[in-house]
Design a protein around this ligand. Structure first.
Ligand SMILES: [Zn+2]
Length: 340
């Protein structure tokens, strides 16, 4: 059976059975800003307002060599869409997000997976915060079902910082029957904002039922931190896990009032090889990563044989480490665009 004849839910397993690694795409936010998105706008509204710009973004990532493209739906839950008075449009916007990516993936002429991106609700789960777990599951299910209806091959839960919210997203996503990838963001001194270590995340991932199709780390504080997190998960998780590395393109800097990322294609090549050394089978970019950076990942990994898992000094030497102390006052709501 050819790839395009397979049911959506069978596709990621099929491709991973054929390939040592897959390339995931780069940033959504960054690449929509360069197409005219303004700070404070909801990117998800572009799934109906500017579908050509979304198609163009996906097409550029596919042309750069991405095997997995993420839908423009990171902030597509009712909690996030409420900030834009569009909470009643969750089904429409997420279904469209998946349809647009599906269209480009199907025209690629080679297997490309459509991953339905699901980010945090921006609320903090009870008892620390006010988000009721049942409400979270319902909101994430609403989003997941819409992504599945639009033709996603899998769900891609990303930028999670607590196991409670990741669990709610997995529960919400499970109903539609698609495979689930889950990644967390280790941006606070080697831990997630809610204090989870890579080792604790590994235990969480290992306990998920049915098993996750992939798990790992995304976003965060520079590429060294990302690799350190993936290496930490690799050292603690069941070795049969499919590990995912999706790091920001260096660290953000404010230049002339806008955020720019410091990573170069050369740095992304170093990162890609270290990600494979650390055990990642899916390697992509997060914030700041343009098609040029994704093409660099493709180039770096073609014919590359992974070496031993790097230790912290080796990671620091190659990519630097940006350890920052936890913010005083504990976890905060995160409604900024940072995330994917
Ligand atoms: Zn990011």
């Amino acid at each position: 059976m050819s790839f395009s004849e397979l049911p959506h839910a069978a596709r990621i397993g099929f491709l991973l059975g054929q390939r040592d690694y897959l390339i995931a795409d780069g940033a959504t936010g960054t690449n929509l800003f360069s197409r005219g998105l303004e700070t404070g706008d909801a990117p998800e509204l572009w799934n109906t307002d500017h579908p050509d710009r979304i198609r163009d973004h996906h097409r550029c990532m596919v042309e750069a060599g991405a095997d997995i493209i993420l839908t423009n739906s990171f902030g597509g839950t009712r909690h996030r869409m409420k900030l834009h008075k569009s909470q009643h449009r969750v089904a429409e916007l997420n279904t469209n997000a998946a349809r647009l990516a599906r269209e480009i993936a199907d025209a690629a002429g080679r297997p490309v997976l459509v991953a339905g991106s699901m980010g945090p609700t921006g609320e903090i789960m009870a008892p620390v915060g006010e988000l009721d777990p049942d409400d979270a599951v319902a909101a994430l299910r609403e989003q997941a079902d819409a992504l599945a209806a639009g033709g996603a091959d899998l769900l891609w839960i990303e930028t999670m910082s607590s196991s409670e919210e990741a669990q709610a997203a997995i529960e919400g996503g499970r109903a539609c029957g698609l495979p689930i990838v889950c990644t967390m963001t280790f941006d606070t001194n080697g831990r997630t904002m809610m204090g989870l270590t890579p080792e604790a995340a590994a235990a969480f991932y290992d306990a998920c039922q049915p098993p996750l199709a992939g798990c790992g780390a995304n976003c965060g504080n520079g590429l060294g931190e990302l690799i350190a997190a993936v290496a930490g998960i690799a050292g603690a998780a069941d070795p049969s896990r499919v590990l995912v590395a999706k790091g920001n393109c260096g660290v953000p800097e404010y230049v002339e009032g806008e955020i720019r990322y410091t990573g170069t294609p050369e740095l992304m090549k170093t990162y890609a090889r270290l990600a494979r050394d650390a055990g990642a089978r899916i390697v992509g970019g997060c914030c700041g990563s343009t098609p040029e950076h994704i093409a660099a990942l493709v180039e770096a990994l073609a014919g590359y044989t992974p070496g031993p898992c790097p230790d912290l000094p080796a990671i620091e030497e190659a990519l630097g480490l940006q350890r920052v102390a936890p913010k005083p006052g504990g976890p905060r709501k995160r409604n900024s665009r940072r995330g994917n």
